[in-house]
Design a protein around this ligand. Structure first.
Ligand SMILES: [Zn+2]
Length: 68
């Protein structure tokens, strides 16, 4: 029971330092960025279907229906 009187809330989930109001729930922009990159990395880590060429633009839209 050695909790400090000034409880800033939950500590930074990355380094454990007291979270900063400007970067909740992190202690700094650095930790926020790290977490953001981790999150993005996790998102983009999902296998993506290679349906089109990398250098091919999406010019084919499903709007064009030669259905008359
Ligand atoms: Zn931190």
């Amino acid at each position: 029971m050695a909790a400090p009187t000034l409880s800033p809330g939950k500590p930074c989930p990355l380094c454990g330092k007291p979270a900063d109001d400007a970067f909740k729930p992190f202690c700094s922009k650095r930790c926020a960025d790290v977490d953001l990159h981790r999150w993005l990395a996790g998102v983009y880590a999902v296998p993506v279907k290679e349906t089109e060429d990398e250098d091919g633009e999406q010019v084919r839209d499903a709007e064009e229906k030669p259905e008359n």
